[in-house]
Ligand binder design. Structure first.
Ligand SMILES: NC(=O)c1ccc[n+]([C@@H]2O[C@H](COP(=O)([O-])OP(=O)(O)OC[C@H]3O[C@@H](n4cnc5c(N)ncnc54)[C@H](O)[C@@H]3O)[C@@H](O)[C@H]2O)c1
Length: 441
């Protein structure tokens, strides 16, 4: 379990801090503040201002002049950029905090790590199998010097640990199936129509960035901070709808508990495939290989109006907006982000088979999620949702979307990142970028 490893590593090194001969911690400035570039400086970015208040935000980058002005009030001394590629050239930046729309995430993460900068990236880490794999690959090559965190902050809810403990200590017997779901729907059918030139306050060319050009429309803008993504993330070139949105959070609840690895098969059903918008209704199923403490499991992601069947008429799954259900040989565990319901099966209903973890084995409260990353940048580089953990999870979710497009049961080789039974489907695992944009630079 990632978090347990984190705790273990702190214990192993005593304080968990690495003292360098200079007396400063690795990646730390003399005043103990981290020099951060905030890329995507308003919207969700503004919801992180309080977490970053004790650090040095030395650069802000945004393509919207109005948003830049709001961020500049918060960070009057930060240098300002419209193009994140230019921003990453600023020499004193130690860490990059990414809150742009999804289609820039993998690019900025990789470019930043290649330039020796720690990265916090809002979810999702990538927009296709190839992006998720490439971010993970670059992270693994740099993991001894860089700290990364994927923006699934719900991971810090103590319920994540309690669910993992119940599953791993056998409260539902041998784990067999896990279903996860999210209830957001959309009604869009295609990209918004051309609506004239973008206002001079928005650099549309830069907003589009690496993906194919689409005409400007004001409908992509105007929501309250943190909800702006719901105006553009259903369009294929800009997002992956709920797969990358609440899917990242909800799958994290399951992924953390079942210690998952990339799947061996994927298939999906839902709304008919559209080349412009992601399906609103989508149900992806994956076969996950066995690991050291459990056998192979079936993992599912339901989205929109689709839901798993309730195990008991008294439990209305429809009332749990985003949740996970773990089915084992001796019972069922249903969970949302903060609460859980355990339903022992008929066999062994007295639960005498269950050995709850001892006090010292129970994971301690999680530190602040952003704070954990900041401390990791300054110290032992350990976080609970690093790009290894998150990369595999996002790779899996994106494979589900590729299976939806293919309409076939895909056999997947996670060592090579290739579909082995339909070679043409491998084209669905990557994206074509505009001339001049390179994913790994
Ligand atoms: N972890 C969470 O719970 C959570 C919650 C909300 C949003 N998010 C994530 O945060 C990200 C942003 O979502 P949002 O709702 O704030 O979107 P938004 O469109 O409202 O805001 C994005 C911000 O980035 C700026 N921007 C756009 N393109 C840019 C570029 N190329 N370079 C620099 N800045 C750019 C925009 O001007 C804006 O200030 C999304 O990836 C979303 O998934 C995460």
């Amino acid at each position: 379990m990632k978090r347990r490893n984190f705790v273990k590593s702190i214990t192993a090194t005593g304080t968990g801090l690495i003292i360098l001969p200079s007396g400063f911690l690795s990646g730390q400035s003399a005043n103990n503040k981290l020099n951060i570039a905030l890329i995507g400086a308003h919207g969700r970015g503004s919801q992180h201002y309080s977490s970053l208040k004790d650090q040095n935000v030395v650069a802000i980058c945004d393509v919207n002049a109005d948003n830049m002005a709001l961020a500049a009030k918060q960070y009057p001394n930060a240098r300002q950029y419209v193009d994140w590629r230019k921003c990453l050239e600023q020499k004193d930046i130690e860490a990059v905090f990414i809150c742009t729309p999804d289609h820039h995430h993998a690019f900025i993460s990789i470019w930043a790590m290649n330039r020796g900068k720690h990265v916090f990236c809002e979810k999702p880490l990538g927009e296709c199998v190839e992006e998720a794999r490439e971010v993970r690959r670059v992270y693994l090559a740099n993991k001894n010097k860089l700290a990364t965190q994927h923006g699934t902050q719900r991971h810090a809810h103590e319920n994540f640990d309690r669910v993992a403990e119940l599953v791993r200590h056998g409260a539902i017997g041998e784990l067999q199936e896990v279903a996860t779901w999210g209830n957001r729907t959309h009604k869009m059918t295609g990209y918004l129509p051309a609506a004239g030139a973008a206002p001079s306050t928005i650099d549309w060319e830069q907003w589009i960035g690496p993906v194919q050009m689409h005409p400007f429309n004001p409908g992509y803008f105007g929501a309250r901070p943190g909800a702006g993504c719901l105006l553009w993330n259903m369009y294929h070139d800009f997002g992956s709808w709920q797969v990358g949105d609440m899917g990242s959070h909800t799958m994290d609840l399951a992924w953390n508990a079942i210690d998952a690895d990339a799947p061996t098969t994927a298939e999906a059903v839902g709304d008919p495939y559209s080349p412009e918008v992601c399906p609103s209704d989508h149900h992806a199923s994956f076969s996950l290989p066995a690991n050291s403490w459990r056998g192979p499991v079936k993992l599912e992601w339901y989205q929109g109006t689709l839901k798993p069947t309730s195990p008991n008429p008294a439990i209305d799954i429809l009332k749990i907006g985003h949740g996970a259900m773990f089915r084992g040989t001796k019972g069922i565990l249903i969970s949302d982000f903060t609460t859980r319901i355990l339903i022992p099966g008929r066999e062994g209903a007295d639960m005498t088979y269950y050995k709850s973890p001892t006090t010292e084995k129970v994971a301690p409260p999680h530190p602040s999620f952003v704070g954990q990353w900041i401390n990791a940048c300054k110290g032992d580089l350990k976080t609970s949702c690093d790009f290894d953990y998150a990369g595999k999870m996002i790779e899996t979710l994106m494979l589900g979307l590729a299976a939806h497009k293919a309409g076939k049961v895909l056999n997947y080789d996670s060592a090579t990142g290739k579909v082995t039974n339909y070679s043409d489907v491998n084209e669905n695992l990557k994206k074509e970028y505009r001339k001049g944009w390179v994913l790994n630079d």
